[in-house]
Ligand binder design. Structure first.
Ligand code: NAD
Length: 496
């Protein structure tokens, strides 16, 4: 077995190795342990928040253009090291190299957005708000901000958070998922090389103990979270109770409605990507296809063929890439399998079965093949719970009204999409559907850096979303300054 990859914390500009308790980090492609992630707790959190608090006054005074320059340099370094970054994502997460590239690129765009921070921090002014009285708003940083991230996008989701938070003048503590800590280390090393001052960015590893210490630390001002809904709710409730701003993205169950007039070949392509891309481990995965009327018969034969053609395999070998990689752990694979079994038990029918997939050169990898289940009904567990695996449910409806009603009955509200050639049907759908991100002939309507990532209901707890202008508001506090200058008296220096 090869040597484990080191997994240090990064606190106050020092890389700190911990000899304490740890959890294994796997290469899901092979099932091998590749690192041990230290279980940070209050001691590491206190040190990291202390370092961030100490670095804040000087960073706050650093002009926005100079803060932006750090991110121009960072952008260049991330681009130069893009291959290493994407290989790291593919190795510790199991995504294919192409998927790692696509998602890391979305992250890179968030660095680019942060480079525009001098303009993003413009305030408003109103001259003569009252006679001889002017008014202006200033956007000022908060202080120490925290990011807590999930396993499924090891580069992209952290990049949603700290570049903008830091560019806005805050300092930051990142707590990445203990399942994928290595990408976060690489990103931290590059930020250090970009000239980010000591203590401005810190990295603490661990699980719940580290999170709880962050949620209750008096010097933490704001928390950005992405993960499952029960944890998102817990983070929101605990963080706000402790006086912090919180934006907490949760899980999802996204519906894709296919109308009888949809372009079938293009819809099959979009559905396969939405359902099986990243092995279904994404919050914007299209996990349920609702076919309307005759759409089922037109769509399903080609969709099943497309699913059966998806090649599963190792993603950690540079020269050989499959269509789909492994899921994150063997426990996660077992959970997905048990949800599929529950669907079958409740009367649904597996029409493309990826459960028996094998990868001969990696027999201990955590693999599942693309799976489609037809005849899923609204009352089944499979219809309600987030599966987070390469599994597509098919539900059949008679008309668009019923399809929208079914979509809107979900507890989640992340994404929804419609496939149709009818402008009227698309308009009706976008107007009535209960989801924060809507696709029209787009299967994964995930937003880019300049737009907010607008989950609704159980997919989001908070007020201001991640990304875009809402995120600028989240990472700053507004000050309104009202000014009056007394003048006009005899002898006033500026009066002739
Ligand atoms: P998770 O909720 O298990 O973990 C997320 C983070 O919270 C990790 O850093 C983890 O260490 C920490 N954590 C886990 N349990 C905790 C607890 N009990 N108390 C405190 N902290 C805890 O999520 P995951 O399995 O890593 O990621 C998958 C989930 O993330 C899915 O539900 C997916 O939909 C969701 N997700 C949502 C979005 C979005 O933008 N809405 C994006 C990506 C992923």
């Amino acid at each position: 077995m090869s040597a484990l990859t080191p997994c240090p914390h990064f606190i106050g500009g020092e890389w700190i190795t911990s000899a304490g308790p740890s959890t294994p980090v796997y290469n899901p492609s092979t099932g091998d342990v590749i690192a041990e992630c230290p279980a940070g707790g209050p001691a590491e959190v206190n040190a990291a928040v202390g370092a961030a608090q100490a670095a804040f006054p000087a960073w706050r005074e650093t002009p926005a253009v100079d803060r932006a320059r750090v991110f121009f340099k960072y952008r260049q370094l991330v681009e130069q090291n893009f291959d290493a970054l994407c290989r790291c994502v593919a190795r510790e997460h199991g995504k294919t190299y192409a998927e790692a590239r696509g998602s890391a690129f979305r992250g890179l765009e968030n660095i680019e957005y942060a480079c525009g921070v001098p303009s993003l921090l413009f305030g408003d002014t109103l001259e003569n708000m009252a006679r001889n009285v002017d008014c202006e708003t200033l956007l000022q940083p908060l202080g120490v901000c925290v990011g807590i991230t999930p396993f499924n996008f090891p580069a992209m989701v952290p990049l949603w958070m700290y570049p903008l938070a830091i560019a806005c003048g805050n300092t930051f503590v990142l707590k990445p998922s203990e399942k994928v800590p290595l990408t976060a280390i690489l990103l931290g090393q590059l930020l250090e090389q970009a000239g980010c001052p000591k203590g401005v960015f810190n990295l603490v590893h661990g699980g719940r103990a580290a999170v709880d210490a962050l949620l209750t630390h008096p010097q933490v001002r704001a928390i950005s979270f992405v993960g499952s809904s029960p944890v998102a709710k817990y983070i929101y409730e605990t963080g706000t109770r402790n006086g912090k701003r919180v934006q907490a993205n949760g899980g999802a169950k996204n519906y894709l409605v296919i109308m009888p007039d949809a372009d079938i070949p293009k819809t099959v392509e979009a559905l396969s990507t939405a359902a099986f891309g990243c092995a279904g481990e994404r919050c914007m995965a299209g996990s349920t296809a609702i076919t309307v009327g005759a759409a089922a018969d037109r769509l399903l034969p080609s969709l099943v063929s497309a699913a059966r053609a998806i090649k599963v395999g190792r993603t950690d070998l540079p020269d050989r890439q499959p269509d789909m990689g492994a899921v994150i752990t063997s426990q996660h694979r077992d959970r997905v399998l048990s949800l599929v079994a529950s669907g079958e038990k409740e009367g649904a029918k597996v029409i493309a079965d990826g459960r028996g997939v094998t990868v001969p050169d990696a027999p201990r990898g955590f693999y599942l093949g693309a799976t489609i289940i037809d005849g899923v009904e609204a009352n089944m567990t499979l219809a309600r719970e987030e599966v987070f695996g390469p599994v597509l449910n098919v539900m059949r409806m008679d008309d668009l009204d019923r399809a929208i009603a079914l979509t809107n009955a979900s507890a989640f509200g992340n994404g929804a999409a419609i496939f149709t050639n009818s402008g009227g049907a698309a308009r009706e759908f976008k107007h009535r559907v209960k989801a924060g991100m809507v696709g029209i002939n787009v299967g994964v309507p995930a937003t880019m850096a300049m737009f907010p990532f607008t989950g609704w209901d159980d997919s989001f707890y908070g007020d201001l979303h991640i990304q875009g202008r809402e995120a600028v508001q989240f990472y700053t506090q507004q000050k309104v300054v009202t000014t009056r200058w007394f003048g006009g008296e005899v002898g006033d220096v500026w009066r002739k």
